[in-house]
Design a binder for this molecule. Structure first.
Ligand code: UT7
Length: 328
């Protein structure tokens, strides 16, 4: 049976840096609080006039280049995002057009918030296992700066913009590629991390806009608690499924939301923190883009070697979360 194997990665980060010192001038916060509670030092903000599909297209071109597969050979584009250019069409359709995929190439978005890339990877794996497609671009992109309430210190210090992409190919050697994915969701906890207005439940009104109900609202403590618990459980599920122990894991690419969450997962799963790839100090939480950006940086730093076991995990709004193991 074919498996999805990553043959090229790419990422794109906006030039503009927003530091903790900048935030001190905007809300009642301090560099000390942000670093101590989250590990974040700065994040990137997309310039006006640019949209998610622009960032995603750059990440995709880089992934195609790294894989030596031209966009005209890409058979499908899957984008995880909560900040598509517009509610319709999908971000993926715009990305496929921008990078020059063949007209008619299937492209669609998956809505799983911070777990969007892992959900996309799992769908891509099912496509290649079935023989539907050979080369698939799996992307995570967010322009969270556009859906953040910049006067809410409990959220605005956490998030950033960015895009990451992986080109996966059908691998038939029976050893390398995606060994497993375990996806989960629990809508009963939706209110703890959501954007209340702007959808069919609460269409945008002048009042909703005035109350900033079209911006991210979060119960940070609850999200934190569930994130550590559910990410750890999903990682343990992945290891057990593949008959691997913590010692067999060469690299963990975890969702980059908060250093304390990653530390909590590392302690519970028993993989030393040194084996977790970390870049959240530079980019903050980029939601669905966080895992593929970290994966791209890890690959480019030579941290993914042939036959390494790479464990990935993500948790976010929904709640939606999951884990995956890739034999590199
Ligand atoms: O991608 C998935 C989505 N999100 C996450 O994974 C985030 C999960 N949650 C977290 O990372 C943490 O809960 C936060 C970083 C959001 C907050 O850290 P915390 O240690 O849970 O702080 P807290 O919410 O318990 O707040 C502690 C205090 C509060 O003051 P009082 O009530 O103790 O007086 C807050 O008002 O810190 C205050 N506070 C701040 N102070 C300075 C909240 N935000 C800030 C801030 N600067 N930016």
């Amino acid at each position: 049976m074919n498996r999805a194997r990553v043959v090229g990665t790419g990422s794109a980060l906006p030039e503009r840096r927003l530091t903790n010192a900048d935030l001190e001038k905007m809300v009642q916060t301090s560099d000390e609080w942000i670093v101590e509670r989250t590990g974040i030092h700065e994040r990137r903000i997309l310039e006006e006039g640019q949209a998610a599909s622009d960032l995603a297209a750059t990440a995709c071109r880089r992934a195609c280049e790294a894989a030596n597969v031209p966009p005209t050979d890409v058979d499908c584009v899957i984008v995880g995002t909560v900040t598509a250019d517009m509610p319709m069409p999908s971000c993926a359709a715009l990305v496929a057009h921008k990078i020059g995929c063949r007209p008619g190439t299937p492209a669609f978005d998956v809505a799983a918030a911070c777990a969007g890339f892992l959900y996309g990877l799992s769908v891509a794996d099912a496509f290649v296992a079935r023989g539907s497609y050979r080369h698939i671009l799996v992307v995570g992109v967010e322009v969270l700066s556009r859906i953040i309430d910049w006067s809410d210190r409990s959220t605005c210090v956490l998030f950033g913009d960015g895009a990451g992409a992986a080109l996966v190919t059908a691998e038939s050697d029976g050893k390398r590629g995606l060994l497993s994915s375990h996806l989960h969701a629990d809508g009963s906890l939706a209110k703890d991390l959501c954007i209340p207005a702007g959808g069919s439940a609460e269409p945008l009104t002048a009042q909703a806009l005035a109350e900033k109900r079209n911006k991210v609202t979060m119960n940070g403590r609850e999200v934190f608690r569930y994130a550590v618990k559910n990410l750890s459980a999903a990682c343990e599920q992945a290891l057990a499924h593949n008959h691997l122990t913590a010692d067999d894991v060469n690299l963990v690419v975890a969702h980059q939301a908060n250093l304390r969450i990653v530390e909590g997962v590392a302690a519970r799963v028993g993989v030393p923190l040194e084996r977790f790839f970390l870049n959240l100090s530079r980019y903050g939480n980029t939601s669905s883009a966080s895992v593929p950006i970290a994966l791209d940086e890890a690959v480019r730093q030579g941290k993914c070697k042939i036959n390494d076991n790479v464990l990935m995990c993500a948790f976010g709004g929904g709640f939606a979360w999951g884990s995956a193991v890739m034999r590199w």
